[in-house]
Design a protein around this ligand. Structure first.
Ligand code: IPE
Ligand code: IPE
Ligand code: MG
Length: 245
């Protein structure tokens, strides 16, 4: 049973929530707007939801911002998403220390434009100076669950070749330490708005025992009440982890 929080009068929220921020394009199309307008609105929703998660005591919020498959979209759309990320990071550099928000990236940053990569490095450095207890947002950028597992496997293999590791030492906890999410507990709750009920290559390793919550609401329309509903649904679940109660 989740712990009761006397300050908020509610059950403690999950420590780690992950969200597939989906439905921006459909939100815009419904309004006769270009898809990029949906991404702009979605970025605002991210700001709002991150603040809310921090306020209610969630420790980690992981959001799927751009997948390894999203490069298939038009150049204009990809550029618009990257520009919004850049804008967010520029703001974050100025505000994350004040707001006690740690920022971290999951994904392969190599194909990301140097300017955006430099900003991500800058926010990483600021994060290092913040307290480990502060709220942390993990932004998945050029992220794919399979790609993350492959990159981890490659690094482990390289350590074996270098003689630092032995194949027989590979255990779940050891392998987790090679993933982008190293040091971060697995998400207890994964939320996908927009009506789609699939993972789309999100957190494949980490979601082994996550609870899934789906809603038809499109991401730009997602609000604090939706988070409350998802958390309430989570609290009503019977998590058995393969055991018997
Ligand atoms: C999610 O919204 C944002 C990204 C994938 C970058 P979509 O752009 O996928 O919106 P829909 O699914 O087309 O409505
Ligand atoms: C998943 O959404 C990726 C992000 C939200 C960043 P997509 O819209 O790309 O996924 P599919 O194509 O519906 O599976
Ligand atoms: Mg989509």
């Amino acid at each position: 049973m989740a712990e009761y929080n006397h300050e908020t009068g509610r059950l403690a929220p999950p420590r780690h929530i992950a969200i597939i921020m989906d439905g921006n394009g459909r939100w815009a199309t419904k309004r006769g707007l270009p898809r990029t307008a949906g991404h702009k609105a979605g970025a605002e929703t991210f700001r709002k939801i991150a603040t809310y998660c921090k306020d209610i005591g969630v420790k980690y919020l992981t959001v799927y911002a751009f997948s390894t498959e999203n490069w298939k979209r038009s150049e204009t759309e990809v550029a618009a998403i990257m520009a919004l990320l850049k804008k967010y990071l520029l703001e974050a550099v100025d505000t994350m220390e004040r707001d006690h928000i740690r920022l971290h990236f999951f994904g392969d940053m190599t194909p990301i434009a140097p300017e955006l990569r430099a900003l991500a490095r800058e926010t990483d450095e600021i994060t290092e100076h913040l307290s480990a207890d502060d709220f942390q947002a993990n932004v998945c950028l050029n992220y794919g669950g399979r790609d993350e597992i492959l990159r981890a496997a490659r690094r482990f293999a390289a350590d074996c070749v270098a003689g630092v590791k032995k194949p027989e030492e590979l255990e779940e906890a050891v392998f987790s330490g090679y993933l982008d999410s190293r040091g971060i507990p697995d998400p207890e709750l994964i939320i996908r708005p927009s009506g789609e009920q699939r993972l789309s290559n999100f957190l494949l390793w980490q979601c082994a025992y996550a609870e899934f919550y789906y809603t038809d609401t499109l991401w730009p329309d997602f609000d604090e009440k939706e988070i409350d509903r998802a958390i309430a649904a989570y609290h009503a679940r019977d998590r058995r982890f393969g055991g018997v109660k």
